[in-house]
Design a protein around this ligand. Structure first.
Ligand code: HEC
Length: 498
C-alpha cells in the first residue's frame, strides 16, 4: 500500500474509530465471528478471499475468510487492514460514496465491529447465529459467469530469466466456427496466465492491469465482436531478472454475449486522456500533468480508469460544462499502482455537448514513496514500469448514437495520410479514433460523421469519401490553414514479437 495513504488513513481511522467505539455503538464484549463478523466478511471480502477467489488482473487474495477456522489466524491482520482502509481496496474519496457500482467500502460501524472482535479474543460465538454460507457459482473461476467464448494467446510464451520488462504482441483470430455471426459483448474478463503479467492491452477488448476486475457493461450497452476479428493480446511482462526467474505464460480473455440478434441501444467507446510530455524532476514529491478531451455530443460517461506506474500518487477528473461550471467527477487522492481500479458509475454521468473533461495526475518521485525505484532519476514517459505513464481511460456512449457512425465507417478512416513532409497516422481503438502526428497521439472528438477534432488544440480533421465510399483524402484544418493529405499505402503492420 501507498505510504502516504497508509499513514494518513490510519491516523484518520484512529481518530474516527475511537470515539465511535467509546459511544458503545459496538458492544465489544459481545462481538462474535458467527453473528457479527462473518456477515461483514461475506458482504465485503469473500468475493476475493475464498478458495478460487476473484482474479483481478493477476492478483488473487492469498487466503480465504469463509470459515472461522480460516479467518481466526488473520484476526489481527484483518483489524489492521480494515482500520487503515487498505482492505477492501478502494481509492476514491468518500464524497463519491454511492456513485460507483463496484464501490468497496466499510462503514465506520463495520470497521469498529471487526476491530472489537479482534481485540476481544476473536471469539467464534454460537455457530447457529451464522448466516448461510455464500454459494459461489461454479464457473471455472470466471467472475463473469460461464463464458460464451474464450480467447487466448495462440501459444505459450517463455519470459526469459534475464528479462525485467518485455512487450510482446499476440493475436487470436476468431473463426466462424467459434463465432458464426456478429454478437454483442455483455462482459469481458481477462485471466493472466502467470504472475509476471503486468498488464494486457487488447483491441477490441480493452485491457487489464493489476487489481483491475472484469468489465460488465450495463444492460443496453455493449460492443460488437465479429467472426474473423483479430483480438490482440499486447502483453507487458514485468519481473525481476535473474537465474531461475523465467516463467511460461499463456493468458486468456473470455466474453459473454447478449442473446443472438440483440443490438444494444448504445455502443461503448473508449476515450484515452493522455500526456506523453511530462518530465518529473528527481525527488519531486508532487509533480502534476494534465490531459483533456472534448465531447461534442451529449455523452454518457460509464467509467474511469486512471493509469500510472510506480510513482503514481493521485488522479483527478474534472468536467467543464458549456455553462461555465466545473465539477469534480472522480478524485483518487491515493492512487495505488497495485490496485488499478475501473470506477463504474451506477447511473451513467451525462455530459452535455461541448463539455471538456480534464485529467490531472500527480506523481511522487521522492524517497518517501516506498515504490519509487530511484528518486534520483528524472522520469519521463516510457513503457517499462520504472518509467511513467499518464492515462485516463474513459468508457462512454453517446446519448443518441450518431446516425451512420458505424465501426466499419471508422475502420475505413484509419491509415496513414501525408501532405508534403507532414504525416498523419489515423488509428482506431475501442470505438474511438486517434491520430498520431508531430510525435504525439491525440484522440479525436466526434464532430459529425466525417469531421473530428482535437480537444483544446483547434485542429480539425475531415475525411473526404471518394465516389465509391472509400476514404483517401484527409483535410486537416490548423488555424487558418487547411492541408489536404492523401492516403499513403503502407505495408501491413508488422508484429513485434520479441
Ligand atoms: C477485490 C479483492 C479483495 C477484496 C474485496 C478484499 N481483499 Fe483483502 N486482499 C486481496 C489481495 C489480492 C490481497 C493480497 C495482496 C495485498 O496484500 O494487497 C489481500 C490481502 C489482505 C490481507 C493481508 C494483508 C497483509 O499483507 O498482511 C488482509 C488481512 C485482508 N486482505 C483482509 C481483507 C478484508 C478483511 C476484506 C474485507 C473487509 C478484504 N480483505 C477484501 C484482495 C481483496
Amino acid at each position: 500500500m501507498n505510504w502516504t495513504k497508509s499513514i494518513s488513513l490510519s491516523a484518520a481511522a484512529l481518530m474516527m474509530a475511537t470515539p465511535a467505539f467509546a459511544n458503545n455503538k459496538v458492544n465489544a464484549g459481545q462481538v462474535t465471528f458467527s453473528k457479527d463478523v462473518l456477515p461483514i466478511l461475506q458482504e465485503n471480502c469473500q468475493e476475493c478471499h475464498r478458495p478460487d477467489g476473484a482474479n483481478l488482473g493477476g492478483m488473487i487474495a492469498p487466503m480465504a475468510f469463509t470459515t472461522y477456522e480460516d479467518a481466526r489466524p488473520w484476526a489481527k491482520a484483518i483489524a489492521k487492514e480494515v482500520s487503515a482502509r487498505n482492505m477492501p481496496p478502494w481509492d476514491a474519496t468518500p464524497e463519491f460514496h454511492g456513485v460507483f457500482k463496484n464501490e468497496r467500502v466499510l462503514t465506520e460501524e463495520e470497521i469498529d465491529t471487526v476491530v472489537a472482535w479482534a481485540k476481544t479474543g476473536a471469539k467464534r460465538g454460537n455457530p447457529a447465529d451464522a448466516p448461510e454460507p455464500l454459494v459461489f457459482p461454479e464457473t471455472g473461476g470466471w467472475q463473469i459467469g460461464e463464458p460464451d467464448l474464450v480467447m487466448s494467446m495462440p501459444e505459450k510464451y517463455f519470459v526469459k530469466d534475464d528479462v525485467e520488462d518485455i512487450y510482446v504482441n499476440f493475436y487470436d483470430v476468431i473463426t466462424e466456427e467459434e463465432l458464426p455471426e456478429p454478437r454483442y459483448i455483455k462482459a469481458i474478463e481477462f485471466r493472466p496466465g502467470s504472475p509476471v503479467v503486468h498488464h494486457i492491452i487488447s483491441d477490441p477488448l480493452g485491457g487489464i492491469a493489476p487489481g483491475n476486475g472484469p468489465t460488465i457493461y450495463p444492460e443496453g450497452y455493449g460492443k460488437v465482436l465479429k467472426p474473423g476479428a483479430r483480438v490482440s493480446f499486447e502483453m507487458h511482462y514485468h519481473k525481476e531478472a535473474g537465474a531461475g526467474t523465467g516463467v511460461w505464460d499463456q493468458s486468456y480473455a473470455a466474453v459473454t454475449f447478449y442473446p443472438k440478434g440483440y443490438v444494444p441501444e448504445h455502443e461503448v467507446r473508449m476515450a484515452m486522456l493522455g500526456n506523453f510530455e511530462f518530465e518529473i524532476p528527481a525527488g519531486d514529491p508532487n509533480y502534476t500533468a494534465k490531459a483533456e478531451e472534448s465531447f461534442n455530443r451529449d455523452t454518457q460517461i460509464l467509467s474511469y480508469t486512471p493509469h500510472m506506474h510506480l510513482r503514481g500518487k493521485a488522479a483527478l477528473y474534472t468536467a467543464h460544462t458549456p455553462d461555465g461550471k466545473e465539477e469534480v467527477l472522480l478524485d483518487v487522492p491515493a492512487y495505488d499502482f497495485n490496485w488499478q481500479t475501473t470506477y463504474w458509475y451506477n447511473d451513467p454521468k451525462v455530459l452535455p455537448a461541448g463539455s471538456r473533461m480534464e485529467l490531472v495526475t500527480t506523481w511522487d518521485n521522492s524517497e518517501n514513496n516506498p515504490y519509487n525505484p530511484d528518486p534520483n532519476q528524472t522520469v519521463t514517459w516510457g513503457e517499462p514500469t520504472t518509467d511513467e505513464m499518464m492515462f485516463g481511460f474513459v468508457q462512454y456512449a453517446f446519448v443518441e448514437e450518431p446516425e451512420g457512425l458505424s465501426l466499419e465507417l471508422m475502420e475505413g478512416y484509419t491509415g496513414e495520410y501525408a501532405v508534403g513532409p507532414m504525416k498523419f497516422q489515423v488509428g482506431g481503438w475501442n470505438g474511438q479514433l486517434s491520430v498520431y502526428f508531430q510525435n504525439r497521439e491525440f484522440s479525436l472528438s466526434f464532430e459529425s460523421l466525417h469531421k473530428f477534432s482535437i480537444a483544446g488544440v483547434g485542429v480539425e480533421f475531415t475525411f473526404v469519401p471518394d465516389e465509391d465510399g472509400s476514404v483517401n483524402t484527409l483535410k486537416v484544418k490548423m488555424g487558418e490553414q487547411t492541408h489536404e493529405a492523401k492516403r499513403v499505402e503502407t505495408a501491413e503492420h508488422t508484429e513485434d514479437t520479441d
